[in-house]
Design a protein around this ligand. Structure first.
Ligand code: 3PG
Ligand code: MG
Length: 440
């Protein structure tokens, strides 16, 4: 069995009493007209802040990015709404300064008292942030008068930026509790999972996730490909896909993966699941008729046509049609595999879950995602077998949040790119830069 464990120092390993702590969080949350539509990342940061705050007479200066403002101030990407929300969650005032190294921050940091919490403006308003600029990191450390750096922004540790890398060369640097939990949970699921391990992979592009997909094929007992990513495989298998989202330039990649998995299936107890049926429509907004195309199983096509033979169109996607979800047979099949599993890794929804149902109807392209989600949390199985469930990726996490199911999963990651990098087996620069546990 491989050795799994978080080998970086954390806030628990150092003395924070009387200290000025610089905390990097990932508050890259969706904000529109000053309103935060998803505060999961903010909620998840609360534990570490409370822990630091409880250490005698410490004070905390928090830094984060939001969006991609391209190195200059842009009010659309202000962190101000986050300060307010964080204050509500902590039930404590969170001060805010409208810059990171300018006069506002200087004044606020001068005045900051033990027990107080201050959030600075978006670090990406300075173009040195993304360039990992040492001078910027030094200014942040000086202006904030920080004595210790705590990295807790799991979502951004796959980036080597001034606030994730350069800063660690200037201050003693340790991990926050969220970062520790994210890294150790994801590493454990990948390196030492309770078997069987089922992975469900979706998302728009195959090119973005090919490395992760290959890794999951290597370590899982069953891999189900869903969402638009599956379209590439359906195309590679010779199905017509109409106007569905595909990456034609990735066709060879899909073919290579297919030939690898089909031979792996023959030699090992492994299965690779592609949709057998799909939900199609001519429009994405749910206002055009939808139908199910029974691509390979033909069960549904047979039942619907009985006692006649099914029409050709029952198993072919029309030229104008778009695949918007996987079908009920496929969803039931994946749910079945999940019910028999002990670990599930899920990244990517099955369909266009964003499309809202008309007049209170169910969201038209979210049925499969809902079915497999219920299997993961044991809801469709009377909790007889509830696998360890790990969810990552922006859309998938938003879906789970909207359904109010976050608590039902074993771990819902705050990281998109970062969790994929970790699953793929890559080192994360923002974690590597922290002090080793056994360092003196
Ligand atoms: C994210 O949401 O993926 C992280 O906050 C990192 O943001 P970035 O992709 O803009 O670097
Ligand atoms: Mg990203």
């Amino acid at each position: 069995m491989s050795e799994v464990g978080f080998n970086k120092k954390t806030v628990r390993d150092i003395d924070l009493k009387h200290k000025r702590v610089l905390l990097r969080a990932d508050y890259n949350v969706p904000v529109k007209d000053g309103k935060i539509s998803d505060d999961y990342r903010i909620k998840q940061s609360v534990g570490t802040i409370r822990y630091i705050w409880e250490q005698y007479e410490s004070s905390i200066v928090i830094i984060s990015h939001l969006g991609r403002p391209e190195g200059k101030p842009d009010p659309e990407y202000s962190l101000k709404p986050v300060a307010k929300r964080l204050g509500q969650l902590l039930d404590k005032e969170v001060l805010f300064a409208g810059d990171t190294i300018g006069p506002e921050a200087q004044q606020a940091c001068e005045a900051l008292q033990p027990g107080q919490i201050l959030l600075l403006e978006n670090v990406r308003f300075d173009n040195r942030e993304e360039k990992n600029g040492e001078s910027y990191a030094r200014q942040i450390a000086d202006v904030t008068k920080s004595q210790v750096f705590v990295q807790d922004g799991f979502g951004v540790v796959h980036r080597a930026h001034a606030s994730t890398d350069a800063i660690t060369h200037l201050l003693p640097s340790v991990a926050g509790l969220l970062l520790e939990r994210e890294v150790s949970t994801i590493e454990k699921a990948v390196q030492d999972p309770a078997r069987p391990l089922v992975s469900v992979v979706g998302g728009a592009k195959i090119s973005d996730k090919i490395e992760v997909l290959n890794k999951l094929i290597e370590i899982s007992d069953c891999v189900a490909v869903v969402g638009a990513m599956a379209n590439n495989f359906l195309l590679a298998e010779g199905h017509k896909v109409g106007k569905s989202l595909v990456e034609r330039e990735a066709l060879d990649t899909a073919k290579d993966v297919l030939s690898h998995v089909r031979s792996k299936e023959k030699k090992h107890n492994f299965s690779f699941m592609l949709p057998q049926d799909v939900v199609v429509s001519k429009k994405l907004d749910g206002r055009a008729p939808t139908r199910i195309v029974d691509l390979s199983a033909n069960n549904l096509a047979d039942i619907e046509a009985y006692p006649k033979l099914p029409k050709h169109s029952a198993s072919t996607i029309g030229q104008e049609e778009i695949i918007l979800d996987i079908g009920p047979i496929s969803a039931a099949q994946i749910a079945g595999a999940i019910r028999l599993s002990n670990t599930v890794i899920w990244n990517g929804t099955c369909g266009v879950t964003e499309t809202k149902g008309i007049a209170g109807a169910h969201d038209p392209f979210a049925h499969a995602t809902h079915t497999i989600m219920e299997a993961m949390i044991g809801a469709s199985n009377n909790h007889v077998n509830k696998p360890f469930s790990l969810v990552g990726g922006g859309d998938t996490v938003s879906y789970v949040e909207q359904q109010g199911m976050t608590e039902d999963f074993s771990h819902v990651s705050t990281g998109g790119g970062a969790s994929l990098e970790l699953i793929a087996g890559h080192k994360l620069p923002g974690v590597e830069a922290l002090e080793d546990k056994n360092a003196t």
